[in-house]
Write a protein that binds this ligand. Structure first.
Ligand code: SF4
Length: 345
């Protein structure tokens, strides 16, 4: 008989990975090599940037019963001065090679999450911008993804400077993912760099809430449940910083009981931090990619959670209608006011 799997101690594991995934002195980040990786099979286009970048297709359309996903298309169009919001936009994605969590539905294989120098390479932000410049007809969105970019938060201001040095800061839109797993942004990044994050015009940051209660969080990430609360603490700090902030949420849970209440509690919690923030969030439907598929065949509970997310999205949609006026709900996502934003000092 096997005992329960050991849960991830996020603080310890994140610290270990951070030490291996960033070289502060020479301004370098460990970037995953996609060519030859287990992720390659899921790419619609071959990896670019010598195997370290990929083109991602962002689409407004989602599945039946799920809201449209305007991220990052709508904020990018607004920043870039594009009048019409297209159905589809491409982004160039770089993935940092570390993440402290192990979400069962992650489309990035574990081998690209453990800061393995045999499957990644060190790059400065200027190197990455140089690779971007070599792409013919390059996407206007650059997405710093992971992995978990919040383990190496210096990456974003470094990229901003490199884009400014290359004269690309107005013609590109920088989009970064944040798993809300650590407070390194506030612990390790200089005030000057935080100010750059605050003032860089073509920038949006998306934070992902993993689950609608501590139990679904742990089920999704394999991390100790304390990480659930921590997500909201980090989100609160980010909102105070005054960034152009958005959110994703994943609604998979192994428990078929209490789904509606769990979703309502999540919305209460978000609104206690920032009343309108739920309108800047997009629930993400978990879909099966190749690495996920392999894991799914081994776990009935995970299959059940895919059905739970359908119940959860119905609850989320009902709550959104009940809590927000039609006028507010009709606004473009970037136009949803954040009343408590920008109280940083
Ligand atoms: S936090 Fe993101 S990158 Fe990390 S395991 Fe989960 S889905 Fe994958």
């Amino acid at each position: 008989m096997t005992g329960p799997a050991k849960l991830i101690d996020t603080e310890r594991f994140a610290a270990r990975l951070r030490a291996r995934a960033i070289d502060i002195e020479s301004g370098r980040i460990l970037i995953s090599r996609l060519t030859g990786s287990g992720q390659e099979i899921d790419l619609t286009l071959p990896a670019n940037c010598n195997g370290y970048g990929r083109v991602r297709h962002f689409r407004l359309a989602t599945a039946d019963g799920w809201p449209q996903n305007p991220l990052p298309i709508a904020p990018a169009c607004r920043a870039l001065g594009l009048a019409a919001v297209p159905e589809l936009m491409t982004a160039l994605v770089f993935q940092n090679a570390a993440c402290a969590w192990r979400c069962w539905y992650c489309f990035v294989p574990e081998e690209l999450l453990k800061a393995d120098v045999n499957r990644s390479e060190w790059f400065t932000a200027a190197d990455l911008v140089g690779l971007y410049q070599q792409i013919p007809d390059a996407p206007r969105i650059i997405d710093l993804s992971g992995g978990s970019p919040d383990l190496v938060p210096e990456w974003t201001p470094w990229m901003m400077r490199a884009l400014m040095n290359a004269g690309l800061h107005e013609t590109t839109y920088l989009w970064t993912d944040d798993n809300l797993s650590t407070t390194y942004l506030f612990d390790a990044v200089s005030r000057e760099d935080l100010n750059l994050l605050r003032s860089y015009r073509n920038y949006g940051r998306v934070c992902c809430i993993k689950g609608f209660d501590a139990s679904s969080f742990t089920f999704n990430t394999r991390a100790a449940p304390r990480g659930y609360d921590r997500q909201f603490e980090v989100l609160h700090q980010l909102l105070k910083l005054g960034l152009d902030l958005y959110g994703y949420v994943t609604l998979t849970s192994p428990n078929t009981d209490g789904v509606t209440q769990g979703v309502a509690d999540l919305l209460d919690r978000l609104q206690a931090i920032e009343p309108n923030f739920p309108l800047r969030m997009v629930p993400l439907r978990i879909q099966v990619f190749t690495p996920v598929e392999q894991r799914l065949t081994r776990d009935i509970e995970r299959e059940r959670s895919l059905a739970v997310q359908e119940e959860a999205i119905a609850a989320w949609t009902d709550e959104i209608v009940r809590r927000f006026s039609p006028e507010l709900r009709a606004r473009p996502i970037y136009d949803v006011p954040l009343d408590r934003r920008d109280t940083w000092s």
